[in-house]
Ligand binder design. Sequence first.
Ligand code: IPT
Length: 965
Amino acid sequence: MSFRSRRTVTDHVEDVSPGSGVLPPRARYASSDAMSLSLNGSWRFRLSRTADAEDDSFAEPGYDAGDWTEVTVPGHWVLQGHGSPIYTNHLYPFPVDPPRVPTENPTGDHLRVFDLPADWPADGDAALRFDGVESCARVWLNGTDLGEFKGSRLPHEFTVGHLLRPAGNVLAVRVHQWSAGSYLEDQDQWWLPGIFRDVTLLHRPAACVQDFFVHASYDHATGAGTLRVDSDVAGRVTVPALDIDVATGEPATVPVRPWTAETPVLYDGVLATGGERVPLRIGFRTVELSDGLIKVNGRPVLFKGVNRHEWHPEKGRALDLDTMREDVLLMKRHNINAVRTSHYPPHPAFLDLCDEYGLWVIDECDLETHGFVEQDWRDNPVDDDRWTPALLDRAARMVERDKNHPSVVMWSLGNEAGTGRGLTAMAEWIHGRDPSRPLHYEGDRDCRDTDVYSRMYAFHEEVERIGEGLDGGAHRRRGLPFILCEYGHAMGNGPGGLADYQRLFERYDRLQGGFVWEWIDHGIKDDRYGYAYGGDFGEELHDGNFVCDGLLFPDRSPSPGLIEYKKVIEPVRIEGGGEGSDSTVRVTNLQDFADLSALAFEWSYQVEGETVEAGALSVPALAPGESADVKLPGPPEGPGGETHWTVRALLAADTAWAPKGHVVAWGQAVVAPRTPPSVPATERPVRGPAGDLITLGPAVFDARTGALRRVGEVEVTGLRLDVWRAPTDNDDGAEWQTGTRYGLLWRRLGLHRMRHRPDAVEASEDALTVRTRVAPAARELGLATVYRWTSDGERLRLTVSVSPEGDWTVPLPRLGIRFGLSAADEVRWYGGGPGEAYPDTRSASLVARWDATVDGLQTPYVRPQENGARADVRWARLGGLRIEGDPEFWLTARRWTSEQLDAARHLTDLTPATASDSGSAAGVWVNLDHAQHGIGSQSCGPGPLPQYFLRAEPTEFSFVFSATG
Ligand code: IPT
């Protein structure tokens, strides 16, 4: 240190201590009658490359910051044109030498001058609160150094009343991107420095409320709630609707309606001390561990959850209230009932919304030291006593801030931090401070400190063993309930296999559900790429698009994964009922608390996908867990055809989160099956006058190669067998996955560069047969493929027979045909829709008539990959063709080839195919697939289950083409 000549203010940056000068943590409340002043807005800003480039003279009143730039608070300076974001999953983007950080330590000096409102009370004190600053801040008010803190997603307050002036207060905050605290904040997300949550000045009147703890329990045996509010400053607690008026510390027991995520009943109350009145929103509920299960109000709950990082494509983790509300509304509308606040306490307003709308919350501490896994967890701060005060500080700041939320039903120590004494110390402190909530942490398989056995990405098979209690493990663990705190990795196309997990959760009591990873893609809006991901800012170390693994696209539009999840976790199951009776529907209430009285049911019949009759269905208000067989009106009479019934459960009235009529659940079943198309082979192939063409019914072929040229007036190019799909993130899998990563194997085998060798073009009495061999260079294996064309004069039938040759040990990506059409815009089909589906992501695919444009068929995965297939298609019309399948097929149509899709890194790389790319005039490429390989979740979890494999085996399938003119 001797060479430091200038006065520096940076020693705390590399200090393991949590901070100095800050007030003890306390309960957070949204409002009170004490005055407050938001200091959000535009602040003066200066960025330095190192922590000590500038001295602290900027904090002095009178400092001229006229040449500084400006940033918006809350915000991250790297998203406001100063420096760049960095994305790493678990690697520290700096040398691991705790608690030291790099010399290059972007440091943002923030200045804000403010006046007090004219009516700011002259008496009392004041507190200055920071709700979140990444990663380390030092604060001065009017030239006085208040102190410094770390713990990015946790609140910190200072006492400042004695320093305030009526006007011209100078608030100076120096923020360092890297600090000792960064070692505790190695979550899988963008590194985004800045004052990213609110800054508020709070008046603190004499005898104001300080910390308080609302204990509101529910006795399910008696229906009584007991309220006791412990408060540092004595006062009274009133709840008018319950006639409660008691002193703080005194219990009151009265009959109440309990709070649950399904029935979020909140009672308005007031905590009044001599100097302040704080509105309370009280939810009565009791969480307990009994019979080895997590029970709320006496009943086990099933978590249908998501992991939620805070994300906005332009503002990063600086979320406004509307965005938070949008998240909650989207969750409720998609049947989600639980949130793990991965991996830090969220903005406090988010928890208010969870209380209000009803979501179970696992509140997770701001702690992750994942990067230490690279050195076998050596020097892990959570197992080093020097860091324990910082860990305890983080635990306390979370628990004290959030303890009064009924929605918070579990605390979590953090994520991916290994094991160690520091975690045990946190657990002991939390258990002591709040014995009313179970404690979660996934990182310790023995569950020494926790009350629930939690895992991430466990395969179905293991989850089933755990459900059966056959997983062994530590004695303590064997008696605990199980949750998957992360599963169903929603990266790119997928996740597959959700329905298979849900079946297990429903079958075994011990399995209390899970939390899909994760809620939203963290793509950054970017002029160059649409949405940027890791590496797009020139990071020297990054993890690419692993940061885009959400159920929502960055703009919060639902991805097919969310639509699938909504269907899989629907709170009511509607299925074909009673034995052999096609007009009975079995309805099961899968909720844990509410009966079905909030729902209205509707039945309808579809003939050939068109609704012909519909009406209201009366369903008893089944209690949770109950089922009933409900009779449907008889199926429609008249001209037959494939017939389905569809029953929907809709909201019977407006709710806080969706309007009346919102579809909550549905079921569909076949009443009369489909008759496959039959095309009598009445036509014979005829060679044209020049000898170079063959005509068969409406079709024209190349006589030499047997290639289809036209159907009626519709030109068709490049029709041939296709087995390739642009690998999905789940096909490629994550590096550390032990299972076979088929995406890589497919490419190694050359399935993306299959060669097609025509061996024979045979014209017979009633058919044109083209024999080919489809195989990649350098390999002996191949697919003997025969195209057999017949016609009845109007229609053209193609039967494709595929016989694998050689040693096929890998599944195929897809199996079908592809061809180019010169143009197509509107697409109409009868089959599964409206959205994309793959073998293990098809729960939400409803059979009906659907319309879309070719562009509308595309799913905009941030990193382009296979997408957009529609399942169970009976027939489709596009580009002047009608195509009917025997059997049903998967339909995909896009303005680019699979090869272009495969090569694209961002959506902006995808431009409509032109004649020069394809060597033809095709504008739209169509895939008609007989089969697709499953999707799975191998980007961070299991691959597709065996039943979703597309194995190479002898296969035959047909399509019937006609020109629609
Ligand atoms: C797991 C992490 O907990 C989570 O933060 C995220 O990184 C997720 O994976 C993948 O997107 S850790 C995983 C390597 C098991």
